[in-house]
Ligand binder design. Sequence first.
Ligand code: HEC
Length: 230
Amino acid sequence: MSTPDRAAPPPPGHPSSGHADAAARGAHRAAGPAPIPAWARSPLRRPASALVVLLACLAPCTARAADGIPDSPRLGRPATAADIAAWNLSIYPDGTGLPEGDGTAAQGKELFAQRCAACHGQEGIGGTADELAGGTSPLDSEHPDKNIGMYWPYATTLFDFIRRAMPMDKPESLSNDEIYALTAYLLHRNGIIGEGETMDARTLPQVKMPNRHGFIWIDAKGQPQPHASP
Ligand code: HEC
């Protein structure tokens, strides 16, 4: 063999020899039991303790069931009519869901300056948030302006979006009249309605957006369909 030192046992007394190991083990035994590592001391590692913990958890539940109280998590409370009304905000393209109230662009102008311009810029242009008017690049250009006047197919969505989400720093803080006025103001800023036209549950759904027919329905099989709605 060309490497005898690998196979040969270490000389007696060498630290890695069997004698040295046995001596070390003996020293441990003499000093008492080896310390138990922290993980092994956890109560869940010891079956008896685990059982106590489990019974402690079960006791209140079984007691309740015995009292005749329904055995359910009993979290929360039934939603009230007011809770549901606050969440049931959806407005459909045809205007279903629009509330009472009305407003004009002239009324919305001042409110926009107070509540919206800080983020959207004066008159809806040049702020840090989305531009709400003034688009010029067509949708089929390389960098289309997808703002309200150029992209949105339904005017009613504007009321829905403002009511549920804006102003971003205090959503759902506007009255219905204020939302109608802001909706009218933004439609006017996009050149779609006149400054004095009143927007309400009857007139808003009748506003025809410029991109009303620009969307293509995709059916379940992925086939493009011609726009079927009026
Ligand atoms: C604190 C900043 C802030 C304020 C104040 C604010 N907005 Fe916005 N708004 C945003 C941001 C940010 C977005 C983009 C949100 C997104 O894409 O989800 C946005 C989006 C919008 C959109 C959708 C634009 C689009 O083309 O998708 C409309 C409409 C809008 N805001 C209207 C308003 C109106 C009206 C007010 C005032 C009542 C208002 N915002 C106040 C920050 C603000």
